[in-house]
Design a binder for this molecule. Structure first.
Ligand code: SF4
Ligand code: SF4
Length: 172
């Protein structure tokens, strides 16, 4: 599936099953937990100065959000973004950049491992080893919650698809 197809597929899944997924208590709780964990990661990144270093870097070099990273994001992580209320971008902002990068940084909220954990030498130097370890711990909670949520959503979608197939198979 190419990248445009994955966006289309995520939006289709959201249109078809979004309401049902949001009615599932476990999924709703995991979405809230993820939202909170993402905020915690960003808060800590702001506190230790990562966001400022990256902002400067983006002005000087155009940032490290390269085009290939968009392919790390499948339809399920995109669906999670839709469930979190994120509007997926319609157009690419930067020709050689990731589809999700915009004028103010990343335009999605739930991101894949590479985006959440990558720290270049410039950032590592700025924050020091103790903060780096603490950041990995905080980001780890975000990634773990996101992984559990993706698995839960996949299982739910597969059971919904099975029910749909069964009901379609009932002789008229
Ligand atoms: S992680 Fe490093 S290379 Fe990427 S935007 Fe931040 S400072 Fe620049
Ligand atoms: S942080 Fe966002 S814009 Fe940057 S590579 Fe990851 S998904 Fe793309």
């Amino acid at each position: 599936m190419n990248f445009e197809e994955r966006i289309w597929r995520a939006e289709e899944l959201y249109r078809k099953y979004g309401k049902i997924l949001l009615q599932d208590d476990e999924i709703r709780n995991l979405l809230n937990k993820l939202n909170f964990a993402i905020e915690k990661t960003w808060d800590f990144m702001r506190k230790i100065g990562v966001t400022e270093v990256c902002r400067q870097c983006a002005l000087e070099t155009g940032s490290c959000c390269k085009r290939w990273v968009e392919n790390e994001h499948d339809e399920y992580i995109l669906l999670i973004n839709l469930l979190l209320g994120v509007k997926l971008p319609r157009e690419r902002y930067k020709e050689d950049g990731c589809f999700f990068v915009g004028p103010n940084g990343c335009r999605i909220r739930a991101r894949e491992v590479i985006c959440v954990t990558f720290l270049c030498d410039r950032v590592k130097e700025k924050i020091g080893e103790r903060n780096e370890i603490e950041l990995q711990k905080i980001a780890g909670e975000e990634l773990e919650t996101c992984f559990i949520l993706q698995e839960k959503i996949k299982r739910k979608l597969s059971s919904l698809d099975n029910k749909l197939e069964l009901s379609c198979g009932i002789p008229q």
